[in-house]
Design a protein around this ligand. Structure first.
Ligand SMILES: Nc1ncnc2c1ncn2[C@@H]1O[C@H](COP(=O)(O)OP(=O)(O)O)[C@@H](O)[C@H]1O
Ligand SMILES: [Mg+2]
Length: 351
């Protein structure tokens, strides 16, 4: 952990996300489409990603995590807000300028079974980024580079002519990671990279990703639907609920001193191996379902399921402090909670 503290202490932001919004229009009618509303998939999210750190982003299915991932790479156009990469707003770029930026920001997808083209050899899959960026690998050098990448992710370089179905789930995700590394990026957005894998394989892939981070000086956004998966790898964690960030802080703050009721509820559901701790811990069962992002509650989005909710929560939206705009390294509060009544609660026992 000492290492991660120095990492965070560097505090040089490589990505700065400001008030990011993505609304998907809801339409009715077949011939004459009429907009009847919008799915507010991402609704005003701000955070920084520091160089060399891993920022975990956690939240239940449908809360907008994949949409954030796509917005960070400009695979989806933001409805509003900005994404600064080294100080340049990349959310409005297109064409050549966007292509140049994309070399440095790559993505690893959730499902290694569907994200790899079954008709392509592993060599072609890993080398595909070189089709788009031929300058990264001269033609004669490609095969060697692909084999090097196989080796780097712990696969036999001889497998270069095999097809995805000849590999296990964990090996396929290694192939996806090799493809993500091909252009030597600075940032990798990992969208639930281990969620589809067996628990026994998850740790191996996470360990590999940690090793690669050190070796290639990578910054990660690591998305998961479960707090327990990102605990080991994250320097900081952001907790999302219904298109917004509920709380963000260092891993220690989030896991040991969470102040947002939603984080506290999520944590209380994480199994604790020690029965003494687990017995002493209060289990929070949330009532009701997650509301629809097409029609979110006024004020605090979590209020309809929150045991602390009061009138104020319906009237006033509790906001996370927006991090300082540029390289203002001292001011961003490390631990922020979007709750009018944020306070610590002893849910994790002696964690
Ligand atoms: N292309 C799209 N068109 C319409 N709605 C979408 C689209 N993509 C995602 N959504 C909706 O946005 C919300 C957030 O989705 P997503 O970002 O995939 O969440 P997560 O990755 O956290 O499960 C969901 O309600 C989803 O149905
Ligand atoms: Mg998703």
């Amino acid at each position: 952990m000492a290492e991660s503290l120095t990492k965070s202490a560097d505090r040089e932001p490589i990505l700065q996300v400001r008030n990011l919004v993505k609304h998907f229009p809801l339409t009715q009618g077949v011939l004459f489409k009429k907009q009847v509303g919008a799915v507010k998939a991402v609704d005003g999210i701000s955070f920084d990603l520091y160089r060399g750190e891993t920022l975990g982003i956690v939240g239940e299915s449908g809360c907008g995590k994949s949409t954030v991932a796509k917005l960070l790479m400009n695979l989806e156009r933001a409805t509003a807000g900005e994404v600064f990469y080294k100080g340049e707003d990349i959310s409005k770029l297109s064409g050549r300028a966007l292509k140049t930026v994309r070399r440095n920001i790559q993505m690893v997808f959730q499902d290694p079974y569907t994200s790899l083209n079954p008709r392509m050899t592993v060599g072609d899959i890993i080398g595909e980024p070189f089709d788009i960026h031929p300058e990264a690998a001269p033609k004669g050098d490609r095969r060697r580079k692909v084999q090097e990448l196989l080796d780097v992710v712990g696969l036999n370089p001889e497998y270069v002519n095999r097809y995805p179905h000849q590999f296990s789930g964990g090996q396929r995700q290694r192939i996806g990671i090799a493809r993500g590394l091909a252009l030597n990026p600075e940032i990798i957005i990992c969208d639930e990279p281990v969620s589809a894998l067996d628990v026994s394989v998850q740790a191996q892939v996470i360990n590999l990703m940690e090793r690669l981070q050190d070796e290639f000086d990578l910054s990660y956004v690591f998305i998961a639907h479960d707090l327990s998966i990102v605990r080991h790898i994250s320097d900081r964690v952001g907790v999302m609920y219904l298109g917004r960030m509920a709380e963000i802080g260092t891993d220690q703050e989030i896991y040991e001193h969470p102040t947002h009721p939603y984080t506290q509820a999520l944590l209380s559901a994480v199994p604790v191996p020690d029965p003494e701790v687990s017995g002493a811990r209060e289990r929070i069962i949330l009532s009701g379902d997650v509301p629809s992002p097409a029609n979110p509650p006024s004020g605090c989005r979590f209020r309809t399921r929150c045991w602390k909710a009061q009138d104020k929560c319906a009237e006033e939206t509790p906001l996370l402090a927006v991090p300082a705009p540029f390289k203002d390294t001292d001011s961003p509060a490390a631990h922020d909670s979007a709750c009018h009544f944020a306070e610590e609660k002893d849910v994790v026992g002696a964690a």
